[in-house]
Design a protein around this ligand. Structure first.
Ligand SMILES: [Zn+2]
Length: 401
């Protein structure tokens, strides 16, 4: 089973080089998952949604003969603009600035953290909404964001894209703080920006696999199958997907009463969270059928144990989880975290269990969302542990009642 876990990781992260939503690799991954779980006797559905894929063939930025390094913001529209440069570093300055028809350089305080996509429903601070609304009202021709090193940002990406939003239609690029400081000397001058980025209409799907006599009393298991644009996504989250495939195999002969629903969720690392929104819409009014929601994300990091955490679990479910998991020495109870799909269960009053890695902070700070998230950093034996422990838990919950 360890060898199979390694094969699955290779398939999802190497043979398929990108699983970003809307890409051919994303479709290959959902096809693969659907075929595997069907082979273990699950009933499989693949409801589709519309989305966009995105490509960029380079950015050129110059001012008065000087060239600057910049990158297109993922999911941004392309542009070819020659316009005066205005620089802004706070929300107050943005409110006062005349930027209509100009290219606006955002740097400093206003560019300190990535802005949430404008239609992202699950979490969206007012300040982010205000910045986006001001930009849309004032209509600059393009945006250049000079972003800082932010140790709290996933993957410690530098520079990071201030905007990553396929629903925001002002073209934007991003650059380092140093390039931003150099470019700021040209405020008031004409600059030229060409970004050869394009949005490509596409589609994707969730994969929903079911077993068990009663779907009105079921345990739901999520692992997001999409990967962040530019990352092979081994830990995030081929690891969780592989554990679900191993679990499906362990449940090949399952004949229990308790319903089991395994979901390859498609959108955790996509600006529009399309799979999550689809899941919520399809289950509206039916969340009380879910006894327990389980989310696997970033599990099996080679350093440290697999860590789990409980959210709003009734005493008997919490006991079943701890009893099933305590038999596995490389599975420990860790701190709570909220930045993944189990939030969706909590918002719908469903008790949740999250499975991740003990050294999640290190993983998130250095590797997640970057090209470094390769199969070498995932220990396949831990994926087998997680699958086996989950099989034990499901068997306990099936015999409970
Ligand atoms: Zn993830």
């Amino acid at each position: 089973m360890i060898a199979r876990a390694d094969n699955y990781l290779q398939k999802l992260c190497v043979e398929i080089p990108s699983r970003r939503v809307g890409s051919a690799g994303n479709r290959a991954a959902t096809d693969f998952f659907a075929a595997r779980v069907a082979s273990f006797g699950f009933h499989v559905e693949t409801p589709t949604f519309e989305c966009i894929d995105w490509e960029c063939d380079g950015v050129r930025l110059s001012a008065n003969g000087a060239a600057f390094d910049a990158f297109a913001s993922p999911y941004s529209l392309g542009c070819r603009v020659s316009a005066p440069l205005v620089a802004v570093s706070t929300v107050e300055e943005l409110e006062a600035a005349e930027i209509s028809g100009a290219v606006v350089l955002l740097r400093g305080e206003i560019a300190k953290e990535q802005l949430m996509p404008k239609n992202f429903a699950f979490y969206n601070p007012d300040e982010h909404k205000q910045i986006i609304a001001l930009l849309e009202a004032k209509k600059p021709r393009a945006i250049i964001a000079a972003t800082t090193r932010n140790p709290d940002l996933v993957g410690a990406m530098y520079p990071f894209a201030l905007i990553e939003d396929g629903d925001f239609d002002i073209p934007s690029v991003f650059m380092t703080e140093d390039e931003g400081a150099r470019l700021a000397r040209y405020v008031g001058k004409l600059i030229s920006l060409e970004s050869r980025a394009a949005r490509i209409p596409s589609s994707g799907c969730n994969v929903i696999a079911r077993k068990g006599a009663r779907q009105d009393r079921r345990v739901v298991l999520f692992a997001h199958i999409d990967a962040h644009i530019g990352s092979p996504g081994a830990s995030d989250n081929a690891s969780g997907v592989v554990a679900l495939l191993l679990l499906a195999e362990l449940l090949a002969d399952y004949r229990g009463d308790l319903g089991i629903e395994i979901v390859a969720m498609n959108g955790e690392d996509y600006y529009a969270a399309s799979g999550e929104n689809q899941y919520v819409a399809r289950n509206a009014g039916k969340f009380d059928e879910i006894v327990l929601g389980i989310n696997l994300d970033d599990i099996g990091y080679h350093k440290g144990a697999v860590a789990y955490s409980l959210y709003d679990c009734p005493a008997e479910i919490a006991r079943a989880i701890r009893n099933a998991f305590s038999a596995h020495s490389d599975l420990i109870e860790g701190p709570q975290w909220y930045q993944s799909d189990h939030g969706l269960f909590l918002m719908n009053q469903v008790p949740a269990l999250a499975i991740s890695s003990e050294n999640l902070a290190e993983l998130m700070g250095e590797i997640t969302h970057t090209p470094k998230d390769r199969p070498e950093i995932v220990d396949a034996t831990k994926l087998v542990t997680a699958a086996t422990a989950l099989r034990d838990l499901l068997s306990r919950l099936n015999h409970a009642r």
